[in-house]
Design a binder for this molecule. Sequence first.
Ligand code: DON
Length: 321
Amino acid sequence: LMVQALNDGLIIERFDQFASRLANIFVYARDCTRGSLADYIPELAKQDPESFGLATCSIDGQQAMLGDARTAFCQQSVIKPMIYALAMGLNGENQVHRHVGREPSGRRFNELALDPDNRPHNPMINSGAIMCSAMIRPHWSVADRTSLLARFVSSAAGGEPVDIDEAVYASERATATRNQSLVKLMDEHDAFPEGSDPRTALDVYFRACSLTLDCRRLAVVAATLANGGVCPTTGHRVIDSRIVRNTLSLMLTCGMYDYSGEYAFSVGLPAKSGVSGGLMIVVPGVAGFALWSPRLDRQGNPVRGIEVSRQLVEHFPFHIF
Ligand code: DON
């Protein structure tokens, strides 16, 4: 970093000043106590509503952490962009998009609905992520498919292994009628690729949702996406740049459930939220941000996450337009 600072300058100059302004945003957003915990997965209702972590990593690897940024939490839907990116790396863009669309659904994330071609609308909602899970090495065991995804996430997060929250997994699996219905709906319409198995796809999806990261490491994942697929802390290429482009495009249009249009308008950044209160935000060419705060709004987005997003673009020139 020193050499880079002397030679070319850093992407965020005076990072300490940037970090202290971020701390102000953190304190401001912490006052926000609206919203409630997801409880349709019973284990998620046990989270501490006051938990609040925020972390950032720039594309040149400068990092800042606030609050509970080192507490691991299950990723839930925040992992969907990585499921999609892995499926695309294994199958290619055309094959993946034969089976999943790229339009926002405008509906809830678990709505029983398919697009006019009988595909899930996009990979950022449950149906689309289950479909992408079906395309991750369909002939391997669920355990091997999960560890392939976990290793992929781990490389994007800077390399340490990624664990699974078994309690969340069991809890979600035991209360899965809606996702089972989605699988049946897709199966009824012959939406799954030849040779895939809808039932194990759902299990891979549940395990993916239970993978855990803390904000510190999730910010590195976001920074890998901001950096065209090269992890800023290891220098390794983890994701092909074309796949990053596709993933960020869909995060921008579909990443915030049925709030995606409003978020794209007012925040203007690719992001992905999850029902455990996680949120990753990508500022392309600059940095990644990760946040965790379990209280959710009506659409299922973390209330403090929306607040931080708004503040970020208020204080820094991050809105991509
Ligand atoms: O399948 C579910 O309902 C959860 N595992 C994930 C939901 C979530 O975070 C929101 N999805 N877009």
